[in-house]
Design a protein around this ligand. Structure first.
Ligand code: DON
Length: 305
């Protein structure tokens, strides 16, 4: 398997030259665009890897499934469902051109910025720092990595420049979808996006979603199976934004991308995959990462469709 992963990275390395690392968060533009790593947490709990799989990058939108999971664990499914809908928007992750006169839950989903910002309010905690700490602890637990921390430089960079997210959050507030102070909610969201991980962390988190909440090695049920199905279904339809349909066709399993260059792939009942390559396409998805996942999917027959 490691040989297969190495071959896939070699085959797909040329795609690291296509696309560009994100620059709208200035700190993200500093990354080396040639980085490329992959990690697989497989059926038997065995782990396989190649390339820059220990390199660290920020989760960015890959944290959205964890925000959704924490909101499900801390509120009930109906409350989550009432605040944030389920349908693919077919629009960019930070779109604000909702055509109706009022913004409602039906217009958004948990994998776009408005949905994830709104869901931060459903995490338990007496203030937004507490809410973020709960989310960080959940992320550490699922990744089996107590050392996960926020990349402070990326967090500050996004906090200083994230005016579009501020606009989106004020729109949520204007339409009564959040009531808390916007800056507090955004602080939780920006810190969440800035959690620093490796491909290995993403693969381990993905494997638990794939196993419907059960840790693949210890057998412990870490969260209810129904929540994993909720998250996985959302990833399948909306995880790659307005590239989700094409990804379903070319790769064929639930996945979540982030503008840090990471993609987390969930193959239900089989395995979790983490891949990292920072050059992005126009949707904000890693070009080489998607190619590597497409090739691995073909080799191991991973499409669920
Ligand atoms: O809110 C943002 O714009 C970023 N922190 C995350 C966006 C993102 O990762 C979209 N992904 N492909």
């Amino acid at each position: 398997m490691n040989t297969l992963l190495e071959k896939i990275l070699a085959d797909c390395a040329r795609y690291t030259k296509e696309g560009q690392p994100a620059s709208y968060i200035p700190e993200l533009a500093k990354v080396d665009p040639d980085k490329f790593g992959i990690f697989v947490s497989a059926e038997d709990g065995k782990e396989y890897f190649a390339g820059d799989y220990t390199d660290r990058f920020t989760m960015q939108s890959v944290v959205k499934p964890l925000i959704l999971l924490q909101a499900l664990m801390d509120s009930d499914t109906e409350t989550v469902r009432a605040l944030v809908g389920m349908e693919a928007t077919g629009k960019p992750f930070d779109a604000f051109n909702y055509s109706d006169q009022a913004l409602t839950g039906a217009h958004i989903n948990p994998m776009i910025n408005t949905g994830a910002i709104a869901l931060c309010t459903l995490i338990q905690g007496s203030n937004y720092q507490d809410k973020f700490s709960r989310l960080l602890n959940l992320t550490r637990r699922l990744a089996d990595n107590p050392k996960l921390e926020v990349n402070h430089a990326v967090y500050m960079s996004e906090k200083m420049t994230g005016n579009k997210n501020r606009a989106l959050a004020y729109m949520l507030k204007a339409y009564g979808m959040i009531s808390a102070p916007v800056e507090d909610v955004l602080d939780c969201y920006f810190q969440a996006c800035s959690i620093s991980v490796s491909c290995k962390d993403l693969a381990r988190i993905a494997h638990i979603f794939a196993n419907h909440g059960v840790h693949p090695v210890t057998g412990e049920q870490l969260f209810p199976a129904g929540y994993a199905k909720y998250v996985n279904a959302t990833l399948a339809t909306c995880g790659m934004y307005d590239g989700s349909g094409e990804f379903a066709l070319n790769v064929g399993f639930p996945a979540k991308s982030g503008v840090g260059g990471g993609i987390m792939g969930v193959i239900p009942r089989r395995m979790g995959i983490g891949v990292f390559a920072p050059a992005l396409d126009k949707h904000g998805n890693s070009v080489a990462g998607m190619q590597a996942l497409a090739e691995l999917s073909k080799e191991l027959d991973l499409s669920i469709y």
